[in-house]
Design a protein around this ligand. Structure first.
Ligand code: UD1
Ligand code: CA
Length: 462
């Protein structure tokens, strides 16, 4: 049976007091809407997903990139019922429609499927997902039918509750399944005679019940899943929950995370078993970490791939880079975009790399800048070596062959090539290519003046 998923994401989110549309705010490393869309994509193919956009529509659409989902415009935001009215033509070929709120990012695909299956088993025209949160304030409340508790009489918004009704604890999550035919047969009966002068989708519960259609409710297994955010404080609470969820998933797969409450792990990060993550580590974006690694405190790793048995010591920043199996990084190394560190390589203290390919077993252990460089295997880069890759106008490449030894404090003025097996004497400023197996010495010759220091001291003590 074909289902469409409609995600409502056209609202502004006035209560956040932000210039940015609410669904574009980030929690757990992704926008709220991206979380909901990713959950939807686990349930139906992207061509069956319809996102209602209105406020900052262009930004909302482009935030989802090329996922292949559809967009429906709601040019004026006149309420959730009005939002679903706009989708009438777009979803006309489906038998059932799942409606999700773009501002409730904790929803899991399992829960969407449960709601769908319940809806089908109950042969309902409308099913609403409900929960009993600690504090129901602000949510719409679900009134069950007295003669059959499985069925819903109506949903009443917080602002429209009578004082006696405020004690009702079962809330509307904002997630629903509808049979398309009765939904659109009755949706034009919605009125905006309410506290917010909006067309409430929630009123469909009362309208369909009155029309003799079956409206049912299913309770979410985890009440947290329905949480949204209306204030920044609530947004950061969602962020904490999403990151705790990521850490819990990783721990259930054999990853050790010391003090998980201090780590910041985005939802799409993967980590292999037996890897240890120390306190205050951030793993962001699409980062992938292999097995048996150790990530020490205060390292921030973003959109990068680490092999197995990699050691990242304290305080490293690693962005859009790849690190081979068994490599050692840091402490305090900065791997900027497009650094490819080979198997077993060492990148040590205060080393900065950018657009570098470093071969197997090569070492740059101390105080070095390597930019736009291709470095072979088993190379030794001495302390303080600098690739001078920028001439003020262009970036130029440095090519270093296998088994090259670059003495400490050398500068390599690019474009320049050091042939395999060559040797650069410490303190050299290399401006010309060095042939294979040659020694390059490019520094002033040392002079010795015997007794000079003693004479100077004598002059000054006079
Ligand atoms: C809604 C429900 C409430 C429920 C709560 C759960 C209604 C009337 N109320 O209230 O019962 O407890 O969700 O979180 O539905 N949107 C549009 N177009 C609009 C208005 C809203 O696309 O014209 C989108 C918003 O961007 C948002 C979602 O619909 O993603 C929900 O709208 P919101 O205004 O946040 O509704 P709530 O007040 O939270
Ligand atoms: Ca909301």
């Amino acid at each position: 049976m074909q289902f469409a998923i409609v995600i409502m994401a056209a609202g502004k989110g006035t209560r956040l007091k932000s210039k940015r549309a609410k669904v574009l705010h980030e929690a757990g490393g992704k926008t709220l809407l991206r979380h909901v869309t990713d959950a939807a994509r686990q349930v139906v193919p992207p061509e069956d997903i319809y996102i209602i956009v209105g406020h900052q529509a262009e930004q909302v659409q482009s935030s989802l990139g090329r996922l292949g989902v559809n967009f429906v415009r709601q040019t004026e935001q006149r309420g959730t019922g009005h939002a679903i009215q706009q989708a009438r033509d777009a979803v006309s070929r489906y038998e059932n429609i799942i409606v999700l709120s773009g501002d409730a990012p904790l929803i899991r695909p399992e829960t969407i499927l449960q709601m769908r299956d319940f809806h089908l088993a109950q042969r309902s025209s409308m099913t609403v997902l409900t929960a009993f949160p600690e504090n129901p304030f602000g949510y719409g409340r679900v009134v069950r039918r007295t003669e059959d508790a499985e069925q819903v009489q109506a949903i009443i918004e917080q602002k429209d509750l009578t004082p006696e009704q405020t004690s009702m604890g079962e809330i509307n999550s904002g997630f629903y399944v509808f049979r398309r035919e009765p939904l659109y047969a009755h949706i034009d009966e919605l009125e905006s005679k309410n506290a917010q002068a909006e067309f409430y989708l929630t009123d469909m519960a009362g309208i369909l019940t009155a029309a003799g259609e079956r409206v049912t409710a299913i309770k979410a297994a985890d009440p947290d899943e329905v949480l949204g955010a209306n204030t920044m404080e609530e947004m950061m609470d969602l962020d904490g929950r999403l990151r705790r969820r990521s850490a819990q998933i990783l721990m259930s797969k054999g990853v050790t995370i010391f003090r998980p409450e201090t780590t910041v792990i985005d939802a799409d990060v993967t980590v292999g078993a037996d890897t240890v993550i120390e306190p205050f580590v951030q793993l962001l974006g699409e980062t992938k970490v292999g097995q048996d690694c150790r990530i020490r405190s205060y390292s921030v790793i973003e959109n990068s791939t680490l092999g197995d048995r990699v050691l990242v010591r304290n305080g490293c920043t690693i962005t859009q880079s790849t690190i081979g199996d068994g490599a050692f990084i840091g402490p305090y190394a900065h791997l900027r975009p497009d650094s490819e560190i080979g198997e077993g390589a060492h990148v040590g203290n205060f080393v900065e790399t950018k657009n570098v390919r470093m071969g197997k077993g090569s070492k740059a252990n101390h105080l070095t800048y390597l930019g736009d460089a291709q470095i072979g295997s088993q190379v030794n880069i001495g302390a303080g070596v600098i690739t001078c890759n920028y001439d003020g106008v262009n970036k130029n490449p440095t090519v270093i062959g296998d088994r090259v030894f670059v003495g400490s404090d050398s500068t390599l003025v690019a474009p320049v090539e050091l042939g395999s097996g060559s040797y650069v004497a410490a303190g050299s400023c290399i401006t010309e290519d060095v042939p294979e197996d040659a020694l390059a010495l490019a520094r002033a010759r040392q002079t010795i003046k015997p007794g000079w220091a003693k004479m100077r001291r004598a002059k000054h003590t006079k």
